[in-house]
Ligand binder design. Structure first.
Ligand code: TYD
Ligand code: MG
Length: 456
């Protein structure tokens, strides 16, 4: 009998080495190597994925190429359609990542139902739950379309066999970490199995024109488990995020071959599954306390969508040692930088203060226009003077304390006006474009000192 050859594979990035290593030289992560059996068949399978069409190989002149617009259909959920760039693309493979319990299965079952209701055939494959468990969830979500089919299976060979002649329009695979092929000796969830599973579904969806959503679990560090490799292979990668004990959920694209990656979808988890939040600003700022210091409304734009958020800062004297700083929902390093700007450029003595920052609703935002909000929330918390709930702020802050211009200023202002704000503080360089806008007072500012003096 031939000796079984093994290799060690980094479960984070897929780097392979004949010996075990403590630290991966590729992605620098520790303790990620797992022994896997070297597999000949998987290599030959791999080659098969690239079926070459002889006629398409020759170089062609750019002018002779006609654009084929991708065919799309609606997922039945507007928030998701927008994140996908205008609906589900036929034959595309979408990876949906997110923490356990965040609502991936719920969302995808809802999508399955609404696509099935529009007359398309949908197959929901689950390697995690039994048919009756899925049925129970479906009852809650009121999913009972004639065109919705369920298969509780995790053997890829059986799945592929059952797909022949079945011909669905949409496949949901929940999740990639639970399916396996017996041709590869490694356990489900290892890099080789994930690679193989993804490439098989890629092949199926491209060959048969079936759109596929694949669920992928996320590791403690927040990366899609195993699958950096997977991200390269699929057409679109969506992340589902939010605090588990909070009702709001965000979905965003981190990669999209068929659209922008800036769009954001907002949902609320309810008794009957995920509900779309068409006006998230209203819900997110509805609980802003009046007359409490440290809270400010910030106008942000994610992709093309304006959103108002409440940012809170708690500032209290450090009892001993080094001041504590935490930031939830915003980049921690950015916050530290802004605190330094506040100290140096506005002369605020916060070096012996603990600062805790939080975006209300478990929302995560990484947009520079949050900067001014951070500065003002901390300043308000420090001086213990509340900022009026009728004021919204937006602006990027530079290292000299200057307020820098932001994108989509018109959109931000009209969102504030729609929600009944009386004033908005904006960067001076944006003022020219909007100085004639009626119905809201616009206060341009040049630096942080000026902004602080305006609201406190
Ligand atoms: P789930 O979709 O199973 O998460 P994932 O697939 O990402 O692991 O979501 C599970 C959570 O959602 C669970 O805590 C219960 C909650 N939930 C609701 O609040 N309402 C519902 O209608 C459903 C189906 C689930
Ligand atoms: Mg699930």
């Amino acid at each position: 009998m031939a000796k079984i050859k093994t290799k060690y594979v980094c479960q984070s990035c897929g780097y392979e080495n004949p010996k075990w290593l403590g630290k991966c030289p590729e992605c620098m992560k520790w303790n990620t190597f797992v022994e896997e059996i070297e597999d000949k068949s998987s290599k030959s399978n791999h080659r098969e994925t690239f079926v070459i069409d002889k006629s398409s190989q020759k170089p062609v002149n750019i002018n002779s190429i006609t654009i084929k617009h991708e065919e799309r259909f609606s997922s039945g959920i507007n928030e998701l359609n927008r994140v996908l760039g205008g609906g589900i693309v036929r034959g595309s493979l979408v990876l949906v990542g997110g923490d356990p319990g965040i609502g991936k299965s719920t969302l995808l079952l809802q999508v399955s139902e609404s696509v099935a209701q529009s007359g398309k055939k949908v197959l929901y494959i689950s390697g995690e739950e039994s048919e009756s468990q899925i049925k129970m969830r479906a009852e809650r979500l009121n999913a009972k379309s004639e065109n919705l089919f369920i298969m509780a299976e995790n053997n890829l060979n059986i799945i592929e066999h059952n797909l022949e002649g079945f011909d669905p329009d949409l496949i949901i695979l929940d999740s990639i970490q639970t399916v396996f092929t017996p041709d590869i000796a490694s356990a489900p969830g290892t890099v080789s199995q994930i690679k193989e599973g993804t490439s098989r579904f890629m092949r199926i969806s491209k060959k048969m024109g079936i759109s596929t959503f694949v669920v992928g679990h996320v590791t403690k560090e927040g990366a899609l488990a195993g699958p950096k490799i997977m991200e390269h292979m699929v057409d679109t990668v969506l992340y589902f995020e939010g605090e588990r004990y909070n009702t709001y959920r965000l979905i965003r694209a981190v990669k999209n071959r068929f659209g922008s990656t800036n769009e954001l979808g907002v949902f609320e988890m309810s008794e009957k599954g995920l509900q779309e939040l068409e006006n998230p600003s209203k819900a997110l700022i509805s609980e802003k306390p009046e007359n409490a210091s440290g809270s400010v409304i910030v106008s942000t734009v994610e992709g093309t969508r304006p959103m108002l958020l409440e940012l809170q800062a708690l500032v209290s004297p450090t009892s001993f040692g080094i001041p504590r700083r935490t930031a939830t929902g915003i980049d921690f390093n950015r916050v530290n930088l802004l605190l330094a700007v506040l100290e140096k450029r506005a002369g605020m003595q916060i070096q012996n203060q603990d600062v805790y920052l939080n975006i209300v609703g478990g929302i995560k935002i990484n947009e520079p226009s949050m900067d001014l909000g951070v500065i003002l929330a901390v300043a308000s918390g420090f001086r213990n003077i509340p900022i009026s709930g009728e004021v919204a702020v937006t602006g990027e802050v530079g290292l000299t304390g200057e307020i820098r211009g932001v994108s989509y200023i018109e959109k931000r202002i009209s969102e504030c006006r729609k929600l009944g704000f009386k004033k908005i503080i904006i960067p001076k360089s944006n003022y020219e474009a909007v100085k004639d806008v009626k119905g809201i007072e616009i206060w341009p500012v040049e630096n942080v000192r000026q902004a602080i003096n305006m609201v406190l």
